[in-house]
Write a protein that binds this ligand. Structure first.
Ligand SMILES: C[S@@+](CC[C@H](N)C(=O)[O-])C[C@H]1O[C@@H](n2cnc3c(N)ncnc32)[C@H](O)[C@@H]1O
Length: 251
């Protein structure tokens, strides 16, 4: 059995309260903090039946390590996780999701960028984020903090061979759309209502050659100013929310 882990900050603990309150072993809160945000948080925690424990700043700092805790930390049991991409896609099919929306990150190694990508993926309702095992940041405390709870809600799969995984997605009729500033077509010309995986490249070099070749389509985000490219998490947001816009329009 895996041991409880610690979440900290209003976002991360708040998301767990919303999505899996039964997995919370106990919540520590700084009793001297009596502002509105803390009061609202404690009301929600009590409504969810969570066990609340008063703690001082020192105890919270010990639980959260070097990370900002905002006066709140929780010991939680792991939630039931889907363990593989295949399992996730089968679950989606069984629950009638016809048009999965996936975000693929080819070489995003900065934990802040990964955290921001997970946050935007959650916001857009993406079903999973996929990255190559040997060329990506893993989930750590920084990622979880920047993701503001989304590291808990969006499955993140690190795969051994990204090109092979993209080919397997194609076999499941998922359209692979790579993004690159030099592509002729642009994201707004692309039909994103069906099953799609949006592929974003690394902070410095963009997508690797093999990944690029494996994509069904390449699209750009038309830039209007002097800079050549967007930060990868911003570009993820633009692409994912274009898919959301089209899907809402089609509903
Ligand atoms: C900072 S950019 C990398 C820039 C890199 N020099 C390149 O040539 O792709 C990180 C990733 O964000 C996405 N991106 C950023 N700006 C983009 C744009 N204008 N059009 C399409 N994708 C973009 C791409 O996936 C890119 O690989």
């Amino acid at each position: 059995m895996s041991s409880p882990k610690v979440l900290f900050g209003f976002h991360a603990v708040g998301v767990r309260l919303k999505t899996a309150p039964q997995s919370i072993v106990e919540i520590y809160y700084e009793a001297t903090r009596r502002d509105a945000r803390m009061r609202q948080f404690l009301d929600r925690a009590r409504e969810a039946g969570a066990r609340l424990i008063e703690a001082d700043g020192e105890r919270l700092a010990k639980l959260a390590g070097s990370h900002g805790h905002q006066g709140v930390a929780a010991r939680v049991e792991p939630t039931k996780q889907v363990t593989s991409l295949d399992e996730l896609l089968e679950d989606l099919e069984e629950s009638g999701v016809k048009n999965p929306l996936l975000l693929v990150l080819d070489g995003v190694t900065d934990p802040h960028n990964l955290g921001a990508c997970l946050r935007v993926a959650d916001g857009a309702g993406a079903h999973a984020v996929i990255a190559p095992k040997d060329h990506a940041a893993g989930i750590n405390a920084t990622v979880a903090k920047v993701a503001s709870g989304a590291a808990e809600t969006v499955p993140y799969f690190m795969v051994t061979n990204l090109a092979r995984t993209l080919n397997e997605l194609k076999e499941r009729n998922i359209w692979i759309i790579g993004t690159s500033g030099d592509a002729d077509k642009n994201i707004y010309q692309m039909d994103l209502k069906g099953p799609v995986a949006l592929v974003l490249g690394a902070e410095g070099d963009g997508m690797r050659q093999l990944t690029r070749k494996t994509c069904d389509e390449l699209v750009s985000i038309p830039m209007q100013g002097a800079v050549e490219s967007l930060n990868v998490s911003v570009a993820s947001g633009v692409c994912l929310f274009e898919a959301v816009r089209q899907r809402i329009g089609a509903a």
